[in-house]
Design a protein around this ligand. Structure first.
Ligand code: MV4
Length: 490
């Protein structure tokens, strides 16, 4: 074991705490960074040392590579964990770390760059024998080529940006008449969003599932997969619910998908924890992209495999060989994650910043809650609206769902509207319970109608709960305990 003595965590909130928890278990000291808005956040108190890196807007703090490197230098941190978001997939940051002699806990800047190009990575994976969605082999050069390819693969087709992400610049084209305009618009959007106007065409898959495979690859050429996650339940490219295993997985499909994921890792000389994303439609799966970071939903994989992904990332970055082989990884039971966001699901998921005035977290068998908030915490508008990740684990999917319903019913967050009631409705939705989901599930009218009806009923339940809670002393006791805890840490 050649672990580090001190790691800087270049992130905030629940993920910063998650990484520090692994560090504490490994006997590694931690350095936090924080913005003006996070002076009193839990991740700051959890760390052994903490330093301000600027004002609340991310561009003035959490994205300031120069200041983060300054903190690393002056504290003697040997490695930087980027968490997810912010600088996690920024090749420039990884390169700056490499040049400073700091270990970036992630893949090399070259790998990040390569995976950032949708066309480049797709070509490489196709050459490696991984299934990819039929389409133009490279960026669209002229309209004639686009028309020819589209006619070949058949409409509808999709225009995608090569540097894209989150569906930006993506457009569905249903016939040849709409092709020229969609390409022009896609190029314009891609240029302004990514500074790269390259777009390409793909066959449009109707209502695909999003299934991803977790991999771990060390610097000694060992690569293992940790099974798959189903992540289809999303809204505007923000995932809401993830689970492992995928409810429709079969042994044969899993063998093929995990083998493809390991091929993706091998041909890109991947080193770190990584996620290979696939679209699945009509019994076929296709490589979409590889995420070179620790993902929000890594938790469900940890619950079903028992592997601590952050610990493994740190060990891999330190140059250690993987501690286990593929044969030693097994999947047991079923895990579900609900992302609890400060958003109003009855008002177009508008963010609801504000103070959490009452807070009681769920617990008991099969419950894991990763959160960066506490009673009295003020959710600011500067960062994403995730409050916590509520995960449940059970011997079966049905058991995990039952536990999720129970955990949600225990979870009290008062002061801001949250996605909790939406999750409760989802856990009671027949189609979800049967595992019949896809990436457009939440935009289907009958799903929306039934979820909204359940939500309105739940609002009444929440109001009653709030009243009864106000009458108990229990909340005051929890508040005092959190306050005392924070004071001992500061
Ligand atoms: C697709 C697709 C259908 N057909 N590609 C959305 C973001 C991105 N990185 C890829 N995306 C999609 N690509 C083809 N050929 C549908 C989506 C898609 C989607 C994919 C994963 C998760 C959520 C999604 C929501 C809408 C569309």
């Amino acid at each position: 074991m050649t672990f580090f003595e001190k790691i800087l965590i270049a992130n905030r909130g629940e993920i910063a705490i998650r990484v520090m928890r692994a560090c504490r278990e490994m006997g590694i000291e931690t350095v936090a960074i924080y913005s003006d808005a996070d002076r009193n956040s839990l991740h700051v108190h959890y760390a052994d040392e903490a330093f301000s890196v600027g004002e609340a807007p991310p561009a003035k703090s959490y994205l300031r590579i120069d200041r983060i490197l300054d903190v690393a230098r002056k504290t003697g941190a040997e490695a930087i964990h980027p968490g997810y978001g912010f600088l996690a997939e920024n090749a420039g940051f990884a390169r700056a770390c490499e040049e400073e002699g700091l270990v970036f806990i992630g893949p090399s800047s070259r790998t990040i760059e390569m995976m950032g190009s949708k066309i480049g990575s797709k070509q490489m994976m196709k050459a490696a024998g991984v299934p990819v969605v039929p389409g133009t082999p490279e960026g669209i050069r002229d309209l004639e080529e686009a028309k020819r390819v589209a006619a070949e693969i058949g409409y509808p087709v999709l225009v995608k940006a090569s540097s894209g992400g989150g569906g930006i610049g993506m457009q569905i084209v249903s016939d040849e008449a709409g092709l020229a305009e969609a390409i022009e618009k896609g190029e314009r959007t891609a240029q302004s969003a990514f500074g790269d106007s390259t777009v390409f065409l793909e066959k449009y898959l109707v209502k695909p599932r999003h299934i991803e495979v977790q991999v771990l690859c060390d610097a000694h050429g060992h690569a293992v997969h940790l099974y798959e996650r189903e992540c289809s339940i999303q809204r505007r490219h923000q995932k809401l619910v993830e689970e492992s295993p995928c409810p429709i997985m079969t042994g044969e499909l899993r063998d093929r998908m995990t083998a493809s994921a390991l091929s993706v890792a091998r041909v890109s000389n991947y080193v770190n924890a990584g996620t290979v994303e696939f679209l699945f439609a009509d019994g076929q799966y296709y490589f979409m992209e590889m995420n070179t970071r620790l993902q929000v939903e890594h938790t469900v994989t940890e619950l079903v495999t028992g592997v601590d992904l952050v610990r493994q990332q740190i060990a891999i970055a330190a140059g250690d060989p993987l501690e286990f082989s593929q044969d030693e990884v097994s999947l047991r039971g079923h895990a579900i994650e609900c992302r609890i966001n400060a958003e109003d699901p009855l008002n177009n998921f508008q963010a609801t910043p504000g103070k959490i005035v009452r807070y009681r977290s769920p617990g008991g068998p099969g419950v894991r809650l990763d959160s960066g908030v506490h009673m009295g915490y003020a959710i600011t508008p500067y960062y994403d609206s995730m409050i916590s990740k509520l995960c449940t684990y059970g011997m079966s999917r049905q058991n995990a769902i039952e536990r999720m319903r129970r955990a949600i019913s225990e979870y009290v967050i008062i002061g801001v509207k949250t996605t909790l009631p939406l999750h409760y409705a989802l856990m009671n939705n027949h189609q979800f319970v049967e595992g019949k989901t896809h990436t457009h599930f939440l935009s289907e009218e009958h799903i929306q109608k039934s979820l909204m009806r359940a939500l309105r009923e739940d609002e009444a339940r929440m109001a009653t709960l709030a009243t009864s809670l106000r009458q108990t002393k229990e909340v005051a006791a929890i508040s005092a305990a959190v306050g005392a805890y924070l004071r001992t840490r500061s």
